[in-house]
Design a protein around this ligand. Structure first.
Ligand code: FES
Length: 354
């Protein structure tokens, strides 16, 4: 484990060694990661989860989260894939500065973009590097269940398909159960609502998982929600690259909306158990929960991974950023606990059991 625990209420970071690096496309590389001796049990994960990395940037650390593209049972080691983003501080650091043998720091695996224990078909919609958690889910579903799987994978062109060979091998091996539909912008045009409706036809009972660029995710989620209503089971995984000054206490000199309200405690539900959590002025709800010893879901603490997403059942909060929440999740009253401070004195109730 790193001997430098970032902040008192933040998650611990552990050292990982980069065992191997593989170029997947001209702008994306896979990194195979292994924990320190004795720390492997901490890094047991469920397909679809991610790690949050501490990345040096201009004399300080920034945090970025990347999904695991490996799956236990299919791959001996953890693997992530990082696609270069223009001016991306995290993605360019991975692509430019790391070589095999390097040691980096990460939190333990986290995230809720995981399969439900069900036999329903699985519909995966991925764009670009959004394939990373989807291929992990896909491998688990094929290897450990009898589920039918359709993957709709959108890319710019054929050369930008990440894990192309691996997907072809899986398609051959599970030809009766896996249907990979590649959509290429230069050949087919951008994926549209009509395409999603058409490709999801006959898959209305499926559990749907969506990961990729925000416009594609919003379009696919809204299209399927409108088409299926309450029947839809849709999970999204949305990582935003924050400005590195998000997650800070709002500047009191600026007009940041409602002021923080003085409350002494709030109700928190986690795993079916209710807690009353003491609250001190200036804390986020997540900080207060962690300080109270509650094992609340946490990873980046900066509002870009969505791990701390929870339902605000009563009360009002002010959030420093909501970028990791989809429009649909905001409409449902979901909040990011790591970004939330109370802004009304009425009883506040935060429910992590979504
Ligand atoms: S812990 Fe990542 S968004 Fe809150």
């Amino acid at each position: 484990m790193s001997n430098d625990q970032s902040v008192a209420t933040g998650p611990a970071h552990y050292r990982l060694t980069v065992k191997a690096i593989r170029e997947e496309t001209s702008d994306a590389k896979s990194f195979v990661l292994v924990p320190e001796r004795g720390e492997a049990p901490l890094f047991r994960y469920t397909p679809g989860q991610f790690l949050s990395f501490r990345i040096p940037f201009q004399g300080r650390n920034i945090t970025r989260s990347y999904s695991l593209s490996s799956a236990p049972g299919a791959d001996p080691d953890m693997r992530i894939c990082v696609k270069r983003v223009k001016d991306g501080r995290g993605s360019n650091w991975f692509n430019d500065h790391l070589s095999a043998g390097a040691r980096i720091e990460a939190t333990v695996p986290s995230g809720r973009f995981v399969l439900r224990d069900r036999d329903a078909p699985l519909l995966l919609i991925a764009g670009g590097s959004g394939i990373t958690p989807c291929i992990s889910l896909l491998k688990k579903a094929l290897l450990e269940t009898g589920r039918q799987v359709r993957l709709i994978y959108a890319n710019r062109d054929a050369s930008s398909i990440i894990y192309h060979n691996e997907l072809e091998l899986l398609q051959k091996k599970f030809s009766g159960r896996l249907d990979c539909v590649h959509r290429l912008d230069d050949r087919d045009g951008f994926l549209t609502q009509e395409d999603v409706i058409s490709l999801a036809r006959g898959w209305h009972d499926a559990d749907t998982y969506i990961c990729g660029p925000a416009p594609l995710m919003d379009m696919a989620e809204n299209t399927l929600t409108d088409a299926l209503g309450d029947r839809a089971y849709i999970m999204t995984e949305r990582f935003v690259s924050p400005d590195d000054d998000v997650a800070k206490t709002p500047d009191a000199t600026q007009d940041t909306g409602p002021q923080e309200a003085p409350i002494n405690d709030f109700r928190l539900t986690l795993d079916g158990v209710d807690h009353m959590v003491p609250y001190k002025a200036g804390q986020t709800l997540l900080q207060a929960a962690l300080d109270a010893g509650i094992d609340a879901p946490v990873s980046c603490t900066e509002g870009h991974c969505g791990t701390c997403m929870s339902a605000l059942k009563s009360g009002k909060v002010q959030m420093a950023t909501t970028k990791a929440l989809s429009k649909r999740n905001l409409e449902r009253g979901y909040v990011l606990a790591c970004q939330s401070r109370p802004c009304a004195t009425e009883t506040l109730w935060l429910d992590f059991d979504l």
